[in-house]
Write a protein that binds this ligand. Structure first.
Ligand code: TYM
Length: 333
């Protein structure tokens, strides 16, 4: 399957570090699935990236199946789209090395995650995988001649670095060998907040998992942090995490009604949380069963992943031939 000249390619990945959270789902999974109608879609489980932190082989395998089941349950059509494991594409680390050789340390030192670790004094204990993370990610993207990369806003810097690495490689070897991709960020879900109001992230422990059973989902929603206003007080919808999350599920009329409730007072955060729970439960309950059904069929999931890897192989082979020829490495494999 080589790329038809008319159809552009959408590419993205998600780490196998456990259950996806609402930020992953709204920021990447659903937008990526939606793009399958207009793009050739290549999506993968970033198990090599997960290795920067995961030390539990069972978790690695289980997470891969969880993420695959998510994509399938929410409607990725693997008749059209390819879904695969990053580590099945054995050329990815080779291209990453080639990119490493044109990437300055200074650029990697500016990466947000590395800078944060350094600012917190963790620089010495950080592993090389974390430092080199943006290079592996650039390889992930460039090896598929990707046009667009659906992501949340925290990945924009990585896509900019990817473009930078492609330009450096092309300049170093004198040709248009690598295609420059574009980040595709859905504005209203670019940074979904977690229960403490900061960006939803596993590392903050503030996540909400969309497919939790209703009781647990409700409990999690009830634990969203709010200010100490009493039920009678008027409230500010624009600084409230419950309202922010509600806005991602409610329609315009429902949202306006809640805004008026906030401004008018006599409406408690408990009411707002209950309304958010009802919206989320209605949105996600149709998918829970399908997710469970998929999780109970690991052989099917493995077959989907194997097929995905096969489907992307010709594209990888094209790109690798180009870059190997450009650098003077033998192209016969
Ligand atoms: P990961 O696994 O951390 O996150 C997967 C996707 O979820 C998005 N996301 C969010 N979006 C909105 N609000 C949030 N609170 C939120 N939290 C996470 C992320 O932006 C991401 O799109 N480095 C990537 C994995 C990766 C990749 C790639 C992505 C590896 N290679 C190549 C694109 C292309 C990552 O850590 O994703």
């Amino acid at each position: 399957m080589t790329q038809s000249p008319k159809i552009k390619r959408s590419l993205s990945g998600i780490k196998s570090t456990g259950f996806p959270h609402l930020g992953n789902y709204l920021g990447m999974i659903q937008p990526a699935i939606d793009l399958q109608d207009d793009y050739e879609a290549f999506y993968f489980v970033a198990d090599l990236h997960a290795l920067t932190s995961v030390r539990d082989p069972k978790l690695m395998l289980e997470s891969t199946h969880i993420i695959t089941s998510y994509f399938l349950a929410f409607g990725l059509d693997v008749e059209r789209a390819a879904f695969f494991r990053q580590s099945d594409i054995v050329d990815v680390p080779t291209l990453a090395w080639m990119l490493s050789c044109v990437t300055h340390m200074g650029m990697l030192e500016r990466a947000h995650s590395y800078k944060a670790a350094r600012d917190e004094g963790r620089e010495k204990s950080i592993n090389h995988g974390v430092f080199g993370y943006p290079v592996l990610m650039a390889s992930d993207i460039l090896i598929y001649d990707a046009d667009v990369v659906p992501v949340g806003s925290d990945q924009i810097q990585h896509i900019e670095m990817t473009r930078d690495m492609a330009v450096r490689f092309n300049q170093a070897f004198g040709g248009e060998f690598l295609k420059l991709p574009e980040a595709r960020v859905r504005e209203n879900v670019a940074t979904v907040p977690g229960i403490d109001g900061r960006k939803m992230s596993k590392s903050y422990g503030n996540e909400i998992q969309p497919l939790l059973p209703p009781k647990k989902l409700r409990k999690r929603i009830m634990s969203i942090e709010t200010d100490s206003k009493t039920m009678e007080d008027p409230k500010d919808p624009d600084t409230c995490t419950v309202f922010a999350l509600y806005s991602l599920f409610a329609d315009a009329a429902e949202l306006e009604a809640m805004r008026q409730n906030y401004l008018g007072g006599g409406y408690g955060y408990g009411h707002a949380k209950q309304a958010l729970f009802e919206q989320m439960d209605a949105h996600f309950s149709p998918y829970r069963e399908e997710f469970e059904r998929l999780m109970a069929a690991p052989d099917h999931l493995e077959a989907v992943l194997a097929r995905g890897a096969e489907r992307v192989a010709p594209v990888v082979s094209d790109v690798m031939s180009r870059v190997r020829a450009a650098t003077g490495l033998p192209t016969r494999r």
